[in-house]
Each structure stands twice: as C-alpha cells, then as structure tokens.
Design a binder for this molecule. Structure first.
Ligand SMILES: Cc1ncc(COP(=O)(O)O)c(C=O)c1O
Length: 560
C-alpha cells in the first residue's frame, strides 16, 4: 500500500480543491508500472500517513478529526466535479487532498463518547491484518482465487454454527469442509444475510425446481397459494422489507406484529395473524425472531417462536445481526435461549465481533438447506468443487473472514465475553443514571446494550398523568422537538454523540416518540463519559430554542 517517491503517481482527481492544488503527473506505461510495484522509499505522503496510522491510530485520529461540524453542502463543493481527470495526479497530492478533505471531515466512530450507533472502535490488530486482506486480494468466490482462504472461511462459518447450534464434533467433521454443502454463507453484512436466509427458505418451501422452471407466480399456483407472508415484530430491521421486495413476495406481505412492554414480539398475536393468513390461502414463508432489535436492543422470546414455527410448519429465521455475539458470554447467552432451534440465523461480525465493516454471516442449522439456492457455472463454482460462490448471493468477495478468524483467535471466547458483559453492565449503569436523574426519562430499558431516553423535567413528569389525551400528545410532540434540537446540537459540538430515533412507547398508549438512542459497545467508553453525555445535554437544555419550547409546554399544561 505504501508508496515511495518514484511511484507517487497516477491517482484520480475528485474535486475542485484537488484540481486547484494537486500536482499533475503524466499517464504513461512507465508510471503505470510504478504504481503497481512495491515502493522503495517511505518518504511520500502516503507512506507517512501509513506510518502515522501504524504508530498511533488514536493520535492520528485525534489530530485529524475535526470537532467542529462543517455543513455537508460545504463539503459537497469539494466533490462537485463529475469529470474523470484526463491526466493523473501524484499520489502525494491525492493523499494530501484525502487528509484535508476526507479524513478531517469523517466521523470519529471509535471515540469513547461516540455512543449513538452500532459502529464503534476496532481492536488495533485489525488494521495490519486488513492490509493483508487488501494486499493478497483473494476472491472467495472460488478456490482457484483463494486457496487457503476457502477452508479458513469454512472454519469461521463452522465456529459460528457451533456457537449457535452446538452440534457434535462428528457433525462438524462431516460438514465443515464438505464439497456438496455449506454451513452458511459469508457476506457483506446483515442485509445480505437476511436476504440469503429468506431466499433459501422460499426456494425450499416452493421447491427449487418449481422456482427455477415456473418462477414465483407459477410455483405459487403449483402450491395452490395466493401468496407468501413473513411475520416479524414491528421492530424488525428494514432489510427484511428489502428481502420481501427482492424475493417477489411484496413489501406489504412482511407483516409487522405488535410488541409488548419490553419491545418483544407478541407471540400470541403472531400466531393469530399467521393462522388467519393461512386460512385466507397465504403460505407462511417464515417467522422471524429478533435477537437485538436495532432501535431497542430487545430480544424476542425465541423459544416461543420456535414452538410457533413448528406448529405452523414454517421456516424460523432469527435476525441476530446485533445480538448474536451475546452467545459468547456464558453470563448472558441465556437471553437468546431458543436460537438453537432456528432454521437460519443472521450474525454481523462487523457489529459486536469488532471486525471492520463488510462482514456478515448467515448460518443454517441443516447443512443441506443452502442447496436450494445453489448455482453453478462452467468456468467457476463447478459442481462438486468446494467453491464458496455456489452458495452465496454475492459473486466476488474479499477475504474478510480472515478478520473474523483473527478476532476469534486473538480475542478468544473469554475476551468477547468480557466485552459483551461490559457493554451490558455499562448500559445498566447508564439506565440507572437516567432513572435517578430528575430531568430524564428512561423509555427503552436495556435488554442488551441499547437503550432509549429523553429529557423530561421533574415538574412536568409529576403533571403528566393529569393531562388529557390530547394535551399529552401535544406535550409529547413538543418534547420530541426538544430531543431533536438537543441531539443535533450535541452532534454539532462534537464532544459526545448519541443518535435519535422514533419508537412507540407503551407508557404513552404506544404514541411514537423521539428519543435519544444509546449503543454501548465501545470498550473505551467509561462511566465518566456517560456522566458527561447527560451533563452536556443539561447544558444544551439551557439554549434559547429549547427554553422557548419548554415555555410553550408550561403554557399548555397550565391551561389544562
Ligand atoms: C437487527 C439488524 N439486522 C440487520 C441489519 C443490517 O445489517 P447491515 O447494515 O450490516 O446490512 C442491522 C443493521 O443495523 C440490524 O441492526
């Protein structure tokens, strides 16, 4: 990756800034040759950046990440041109541009105070290992372009399979490297994993032969079905809707089922709706359980859902993109009890396995299930080969499994257990802090390490129960504005960051409220940082705009 002076050429202009400052090189055979060979000196800007990152990532990020938010429209002016540069720039000019305009305006997702999203800090060893993935540029679609990476990826899939389904050693002896089958599919993330799971379930249900010969319409007719439906909690991730759309089932055939006071799907309601739909002539393609819902972190009663799937005779998929890693903790794996009865499970390694983005997996309990989506071609993924591409939605794929393999070996089960336990316990600490604070209201109690809350002053809290339904709704809407304003100002100030979302709240008759959303997965986040998140929000409450909203609330409540 590093580049010496002599091969410091031939990269692409992206903006007016680069155009105005960047030094132009000349495209010719010789310069092309240079950029594809290993550099001899380490003095180029790129080599220096590389060195700075290698020496001290935190220092590099601290120096290069801005605290002051620049407006996106302003940043867009640096990326305004749609012209591909005719002549190339020197790598040094280009990397200067990247440092100034991209790195400095990116988001410091590994900062201890960045507790708003699922993307957080990475263990340092991921960086040099990522370079190996890039340098080797293995393509996991087939053995011919990946060799040892194929059995390594199969081993990773086997490890995850065992973590979930806990089959015997003999089982893995038989299936791990079996050329006819795969225990799962490695992919770019939870979205593709969910699509793959439901794709396999659809083909299995309608018969892969019927699907390939007749298409969805014909296969449904053959099965005497009006259509297919998927049932999931209303907290299901939107990737499931994408899957329903792509698979030809129809987005509206993804049935959102109500949740209880802990945001777990109401299994009885799902049972009732599934039976009504069945009686109307629909086939139940799958019921989906959530193990770590995106906004609430809630975990469905997977045991009860497994019973329901058995009763309905349908596929049972668990979306454990976020929560799957909880299985690595002996202390909390019980929260996911029943997951071992799923037919398929989605797990994202780029979430709580602390792997860089682009690493998701879907695991199938039955190694034969993936055969329903098997594809072959003459020049690759031939029949009987061990090519992984015959069972994946994606074609060419990088060797990201190496980074999962690294995490599992370098952090180990025990290390992950500590990370998971710390995240959950920190969430409990923060939830307690919010509960004890007279000016905040905990709205989503953490099951795992995600929680939701909002600003609610003590004087208002004591009056809420006396308000009429209409006034309460009005007050909540104004509080939504408060949450939004505070969240935006906090983000702009750049010290700490929480995200915001809108979720139905049982306490307020399921009114959908705006709330601060906190995800606690960064091991560098301390109790002190969490205290600071609230102190900073209390300061932001003093702003004129927020005070204006609070005055409006006082007026409304005084009149009622
Ligand atoms: C529960 C759940 N499922 C699926 C996904 C989609 O994962 P990805 O963004 O990796 O495609 C997410 C992402 O946040 C998620 O939280």
């Amino acid at each position: 990756m590093a580049s010496g002076e002599h091969n410091d050429q031939l990269l692409v202009e992206s903006s007016a800034t680069l155009d105005s400052k960047g030094e132009k090189a000349h495209a010719n055979q010789e310069s092309l040759q240079r950029i594809f060979t290993i550099p001899e000196t380490g003095e180029s800007t790129l080599a220096q950046i590389d060195q700075a990152i290698s020496n001290n990532l935190d220092g590099f990020l601290a120096e290069h990440i801005v605290a002051i938010e620049q407006d996106l429209s302003e940043i867009e002016t640096n990326f305004a041109s749609a012209d591909i540069p005719e002549q190339p720039f020197y790598v040094s000019s280009y990397t200067d541009f990247v440092l100034e305009n991209l790195v400095s305006q990116s988001v410091h997702t590994s900062a201890p105070g960045f507790v708003g999203h699922m993307t957080s800090a990475l263990p340092y060893f991921m960086l040099p290992l990522s370079k190996i993935v890039t340098a080797l540029n293995q393509n996991l679609v087939k053995v011919e372009t990946s060799k040892a990476f194929t059995p390594m990826e199969r081993q990773v899939l086997g490890m995850l399979h065992r973590l979930i389904f806990e089959a015997s050693s003999d089982f893995y002896q038989q299936w791990l490297h079996n050329s006819q089958h795969a225990l799962g599919a490695f992919c770019s993330g939870g979205t593709v994993a969910n699509i793959t799971a439901l794709w396999a379930a659809r083909n299995q249900m309608l018969g892969e032969q019927n699907m390939s010969q007749l298409g969805l319409y014909g296969a449904l007719q053959e099965a005497g079905l009006k259509g297919l439906v998927i049932l999931v909690s209303r907290r299901g991730h939107y990737s499931l809707a994408k899957a329903a759309d792509l698979l030809g089932i129809g987005r509206e055939q993804l049935i959102a089922v109500e949740t209880d006071h802990e945001y777990r799907v109401q299994v009885e309601s799902m049972r009732h709706q599934a039976k009504v739909l069945q009686s109307e002539g629909y086939g139940i393609l799958s019921i989906v359980g959530l193990a770590g819902a995106t906004e609430t972190g809630s975990v469905d009663n997977l045991e009860a859902l497994a019973d329901l799937a058995q009763e309905l005779g349908c596929h049972f998929h668990v979306d454990a993109a976020w929560g799957g890693a909880t299985l690595l903790s002996d202390n909390y794996r019980g929260l996911l009890r029943g997951i071992e009865r799923a037919d398929s499970v989605t797990v994202d390694a780029h979430k709580q396995f602390y792997v860089p983005m682009g690493a998701g997996m879907v695991l199938f309990k039955d190694p034969k299930q993936l055969s329903s989506i098997e594809h072959h071609a003459e020049y690759i993924i031939r029949r009987g080969s061990k090519d992984l591409g015959s069972h994946t939605l994606e074609g060419s794929r990088p060797g990201m499994a190496l980074l999962v393999h690294a995490g599992l070996n370098i952090i180990g089960r025990k290390g992950y257990e500590l990370l998971i336990d710390q995240g959950i316990e920190k969430s409990q600490y923060f939830a307690e802090l919010i509960t004890q604070h007279p000016e905040f209201e905990l709205l989503v109690h953490p099951t795992l390490n995600i929680l939701g809350y909002r600003y609610l002053p003590a004087w208002l809290e004591s009056r809420l129960d006396d308000l009429s339904g209409e006034t309460l709704q009005q007050v909540n809407e104004l509080l939504d504005e408060v949450t939004q304003l505070v969240q935006k100002s906090q983000r702009a100030a750049g010290k700490t960051f929480v995200s915001r979302t809108r979720v139905n709240v049982p306490r307020y008759h399921d009114q959908v409220l705006t709330m601060f959303r906190v995800v606690l997965a960064n091991p560098l986040t301390t109790h002190e940082v969490l205290n600071n998140v609230l102190s900073e929000q209390m300061l932001l409450i003093e702003s004129r705009d927020v005070q204006r909203l609070l005055t409006e609330i006082r007026t409304i409540t005084a009149q009622s």
